[in-house]
Design a protein around this ligand. Sequence first.
Ligand code: PLP
Length: 287
Amino acid sequence: MPRIAYVNGRYVAHRDAAVHIEDRGYQFADGVYEVCEVARGFIVDMTRHLERLDRSLRELAMAWPVDRKALAIIVREVVRRNRVVNGLVYLQVTRGVAPRDHVFPSPDTPSSLVVTAKRVDPAASARKAESGVKVITVPENRWERVDIKTIGLLPNVLAKQKAKEAGAQEAWFVDPDGTVKEGGSTNAWIVTRDGALVTRPADTGILRGITRTTIFDVAAKLGLRIEERAFTVDEAKTAREAFVSSATLIAMPVVAIDGQAVANGHPGSVTLSLRQAFFDVAEKSPA
Ligand code: PLP
């Protein structure tokens, strides 16, 4: 079955889908995006994702390409047309197409909107969770507005490539004081010896992950305590568990950091219980 993408008002064959060469996303990375998980035929946490999109757009003085209700309909339609039951839906908004010039184009320039969806085999994610992932650490080298979910991801691309070359699946950005910020495409967590979940405050310096927010709800349901504070790489290496969170990975155990095993080098039970309870707690919108 051919994949379908939505591009600026039209549903087109994915292989032919294209934006103009003077799209400001292409020229300047002047755009924002969201990724939502699709699980068992539901779009997960769509309200929170659209709320964060709204914030990203406002922070960059970018206009909604269509109103929020229309966008939700388009997102569902792309999922439906691609018959995605388990997978993800990606949406990207840019400041539109205009002759290349750093300053904003005229206010009547419509924002560009692209929505795509793809299937992901849930069994493959489950297998990954059974073995866990390895992370490396890299010095933080991103701008200070990583709380905005922009498509400007070059440091993340380079960090994740470095991780891959080191046989790992994620790279954690680390501040000069040794504290962990977040991964290239995930938030970072540890579980302390007394069972508390620790993750960095999301006020500045990291993206406020939607999965991270929903894990707060899951933890409340499971009676787990959360400490929102910075933690160091050394603390993570000696923690009871470590894990990363994102819409596509949910809670994914981290079994090694810079080649050193976390605890016994196997996925931790707290992480797996969060992972298991996540779908029930998250908001589920029928696709
Ligand atoms: N941090 C970064 C830098 C990310 O790119 C992502 C997701 O892409 C996350 C955290 C996790 O966010 P979410 O849970 O909304 O997927």
